[in-house]
Design a protein around this ligand. Sequence first.
Ligand code: NAP
Length: 305
Amino acid sequence: MAQIYERVALIGLGLIASSMYWAMKRAGVAGEVTGYARTSGTRDVAREIGLCDRVCESAAEACEGADLVVLCVPVGAMKEVAAEIAPVLKPGATLSDVGSVKGAVIAAVAPHLPKGVHFVPAHPLAGTEHSGPRSGFAELFDNRWCLIVPQEGSDRTAVERLEAFWQSLGANTDEMDAEHHDLVLAVTSHAPHLIAYTMVGVADDLRRVTDSEVIKYSAAGFRDFTRIAASDPTMWRDVFLNNRQATLEILGRFTEELFALQRAIRTGDGDHLHAYFTRTRAIRRGIIEAGQDTDAPDFGRARRP
Ligand code: NAP
């Protein structure tokens, strides 16, 4: 594939940045890739595993001369990093991010941008419950969506170049405004994570069920909650603090539906429960038909002999 950016800088070297690096190398779309992470331990690991062509000692050093800078730090750290790198961004460069929330990140980053730098926020809808520089892999974005959030007056060439870049990493791209993005993600990702955290917390609190029973019998649905609830605490704290409004709106609706289902159970309204579960099953089918998950039983987990 042809080169899309001559110099790319990744700020933050965790799951997303490391997956981007390996996917860039697979596609051959970037010349030199520089990287920076806050702690020397992470920078050492990056050097050890060959993550980035050059690991720098400051974010500003990594960004000097870059055509594309991607902020891959937790949402709550975006502001501080943007302020630090703003003076060295080269005119004509594109600044992007991969934050799971868009409205708050745009509000935090945009005021620091020098004239002549194109700010094109983005969000790849791909991840795992693992974090850190060793957790990335080149296939993470394959056939996943990456939402691009152009700003008013964004340079179309810069937007289309970033879209082509994400497509070269294996993703499908779509454009969306920040407010709509934050609502869609509150439904599809943020509220489900909070529910998983709650469910696992409840199981932990239930003294009637011993720890060993929770673990032993977890295949019956609970195991999938535990996977989600193992996601990075810093990242998810920042998501909820920065997508407050949309998450609270969805959780409000969730609570109403939960009460309705609770009532149906109490009153023995089987028709209500059956109709509800039929509707949700159709949603699952839609996700599979869209190629966004596997149809294999138990998510394709290997069966024990
Ligand atoms: P991660 O694996 O925990 O890595 C975060 C990286 O950011 C680490 O290298 C960390 O450095 C660095 N960092 C934290 N604060 C920093 C600061 N103030 N200055 C410089 N570096 C800093 O996180 P991730 O999963 O890659 O997530 C990164 C971003 O992608 C987040 O905004 C998240 O919302 C978004 N995202 C995540 C997922 C997902 O499922 N994980 C999916 C889509 C988007 P140290 O190691 O040195 O602390």
